[in-house]
Design a protein around this ligand. Structure first.
Ligand code: GLA
Length: 408
């Protein structure tokens, strides 16, 4: 078996041993993983049919799994030390407001989609910082979906996009969070050393090689994004309202994705000030994603950096989903040598920033950003130097890792 983490965490064999201790039996245990993500640019655009540019990162959720002969889904979390049971046929399919909802929601959605998921024991372990905007939930959903599909004898690689959509449905319908498609999509389609630009309407995507000599450095403010879900839904509603009001003058538009900056300016008087600002963020952010893709293709690092800082400003001032700690982290980074660009990443209200930093400056960056952040806020941050990783896969010895799908 492979080593599954470089961070001094549990190795694959140990995870299998833990599984056997927890569930007994010597049956074949299979091991699956799905990554967390960081978003380089394109924030709060996915649910407006827009563009995003995440990368899968070297933080994962692992699921060790074996079938059972009953119709129970029994899930144990190593981190929480808790076990939950769901009856796949008789449970009234009500969420428990608990981490296990992500697992159960995926199982129910798979069954709804006609995948013959039957009973299974699952042991879940992960090293994704929780509540930090790195999408631990999508990584758990995708690792579960990949595992249960494989256990049901179906091929999870046949259509990774459908698997991502199914996980999003689990989160929308069962867990009750109205997230967009970005996190699940990148957990399915991520590729080592690449960012992925996704058109969230057509679901066509392009893998973009990350610039050489530049590290992905994530700074965790240690502020949990607890406020985020209520505010997230409010932002979604405001975007929908903006699109509906603009439709009065621009009948062709289906979502804010269809609005250009000049059109928005031209029709600004149709919108209350706050709604206008939300729309301005989305419209300009979509343009920034396209410009970022061009800048990466041209290795234009100056443009990459400018776009990241502009994105942060827009999220802070127009979309108002930043917080003092995120702003401080970006401000500190912007003054440090070797920093190409920095911005908040994920839903906001806490969590992390993403920083592109020249490799040979990473060590000093790490020390300097941590010291200054602690001086300004009194909190010791965590700083992760990570790399772009592959999407979900099976890690069991002998499992095929071939990617058969075509991408756009
Ligand atoms: C969360 C959601 C995503 C996306 C981001 C903001 O991570 O799950 O769908 O909307 O926020 O860009």
């Amino acid at each position: 078996m492979k080593t599954i983490a470089q961070n001094g965490l549990i190795e694959a064999e140990q995870l299998t041993d833990l599984f056997r201790k927890q569930f007994g039996g010597t049956e074949d245990v299979r091991l699956f993983q799905a990554p967390a993500r960081v978003n380089l640019i394109g924030e709060h655009t996915d649910y407006n049919d827009g563009f995003v540019m995440p990368a899968a990162i070297d933080f994962h959720t692992w699921v060790a799994a074996a079938p059972r002969d009953d119709l129970l889904l029994v899930v144990h979390s190593v981190e929480f030390g808790e076990t939950e049971k769901f009856n796949l046929t008789t449970d009234s399919q009500t969420p428990k407001k608990h981490w296990s909802d992500y697992v159960a929601g995926v199982a129910f959605e798979l069954r709804n989609a006609g995948i013959p998921v039957s009973g299974a024991s699952l042991l879940v372990h992960g090293n994704v910082p929780l509540g930090s905007g790195l999408s631990s939930s999508a990584s758990l959903e995708m690792a579960t979906a990949y595992a249960l599909t494989s256990l049901a004898g179906a091929d999870p690689d046949r259509d990774r996009t459908q698997l991502a959509l199914l996980c999003q449905r689990a989160e929308n319908h069962f867990v009750g969070a109205r997230c967009g498609i970005m996190d699940q999509f990148i957990a399915a389609h991520g590729q080592v050393e690449h960012a992925l630009m996704l058109d969230c309407r057509s679901l066509q995507y392009e893998l973009l090689p990350l610039p050489r000599g530049i590290s992905l450095v994530i700074c965790n403010t240690m502020v949990k994004h607890e406020l985020a879900s209520g505010e997230y839904n409010t932002r979604r509603r405001q975007c929908e309202e903006g699109a509906a009001r603009l439709r009065g003058a621009l009948p062709g538009i289906r979502a804010l994705r269809d609005v250009r900056a000049e059109q928005l300016e031209h029709n600004a008087e149709l919108l209350p000030r706050e709604i206008y600002k939300r729309c301005r963020h989305v419209v300009t952010e979509n343009e920034r994603v396209l410009q970022m893709a061009a800048a990466l293709r041209d290795s234009n690092l100056a443009a990459v950096g400018r776009l990241m800082f502009d994105s942060h400003q827009s999220l802070r001032d127009d979309y108002q989903v930043s917080c003092n700690e995120l702003d401080a982290m970006v401000d500190i980074a912007s003054a440090l040598p070797g920093v190409i660009g920095a911005r908040m990443t994920g839903g906001g209200f806490g969590g992390c920033t993403i920083n592109l930093v020249e490799d040979d400056k990473v060590k000093t960056f790490r020390g300097a950003v941590a010291a200054e952040y602690q001086r300004r806020t009194g909190t010791v941050p965590e700083v992760y130097v990570t790399k772009a990783s592959d999407g979900a896969s099976e890690l069991t010895d002998g499992a095929s890792h071939s990617r058969t799908e075509e991408h756009a």
